[in-house]
Ligand binder design. Structure first.
Ligand code: 13P
Length: 274
């Protein structure tokens, strides 16, 4: 049985002040889901320390949005996987389409970053997905298999099976366009079949989450297929109500609306595990 996971990708958003306000509201609202679902928050690098402190002992994990393909040394602007692990990160996004498209991260580069995350003892969240043009040319699975193959060739199928795969169609990210539940289920099934062909059991054990304009209004239908093990949430993870409603859709539990003001937004306190 694969445990569902909900991952917040804050991208390049936030400030010390807004992060605190958001997390205090979010932690209270997420309380009902914490046992049924794994939850991770991936803030920008400068806020890892702050978010780690606010998460405290809530059981909600810290994640990062990328890691260097190098171990250490003269790589100005990069952050190594061991640094992230030292900061308390448990998950690291790898190969997000915004990194692939805007910062020219190739499949090989992504695979090298994936390897560093695994070596540092964290769980990579490998983002894969096709552009609109590729989908229209029926190349969706071929593109995703190429992206998966690069990682398998570098670290092996066992490492990939122990990680999380995030299916994020490029055309659905930040656009308000969502893949239909049928398209999501079909693509996840294709990914699972590919992994299973690489190694028996790998398809069954790998958590595959969907990302791309997931919101409170569409979460339940996107998560209805048993192929979907959770979500990687961008814009909607910047609003406590939206994010917790997505958690509710994933688990069937109701968000905790009664705890809006606990702890007070000004307190800076993490909410202890109950
Ligand atoms: P949106 O939810 O804003 O479309 O972003 C999805 C995403 O890129 C998560 O990594």
């Amino acid at each position: 049985m694969r445990k569902p996971i909900l991952i917040a990708n804050w991208k390049m958003n936030g400030s010390l002040h807004s992060n605190q306000a958001l997390l205090v509201r979010m932690l209270a609202k997420l309380r009902p889901f914490r046992k049924a679902v794994d939850i991770a928050i991936c803030p920008p690098f400068p806020y890892l320390f702050q978010v780690r402190d606010l998460l405290g002992y809530t059981g909600i994990a810290l994640g990062a949005q990328n890691a260097s393909s190098a171990v250490s040394g003269a790589h100005t602007g990069e952050v190594s996987a061991t640094m992230l692990e030292e900061m308390g990160c448990r998950y690291v996004l790898v190969g997000h389409s915004e990194r692939r498209a805007s910062y020219y991260e190739s499949d090989t580069d992504v695979a090298a970053r994936f390897r560093q995350v695994v070596s540092a003892g964290m769980t990579p969240v490998l983002c894969v997905g096709e552009t609109l043009e590729e989908r229209e040319q029926n190349e969706t699975l071929a593109v995703i298999e190429r992206q998966l193959r690069a990682v398998i060739d570098t670290t092996g199928i066992s490492s990939l099976a122990g990680s999380i795969v995030a299916y994020e169609p490029v055309w659905a990210i930040g656009t308000g366009k969502t893949a239909s539940p049928g398209q999501v289920a079909e693509t996840h099934r294709g990914i699972r079949g590919f992994l299973e062909n690489c190694q028996r059991g790998a398809g069954d054990s790998t958590r595959i989450v969907y990302g791309g304009s997931v919101k409170a209004v569409n979460a339940a239908e996107l998560f209805q297929s048993e192929e979907v093990d959770g979500g990687l949430i961008g814009g909607a993870s910047l609003q406590a109500e939206e994010f917790s409603a997505i958690g509710s859709a994933l688990t069937g539990a109701k968000p905790d609306g009664s705890s809006d003001s606990f702890p007070p937004e000004s307190s800076g306190l993490a909410i202890p595990d109950s």
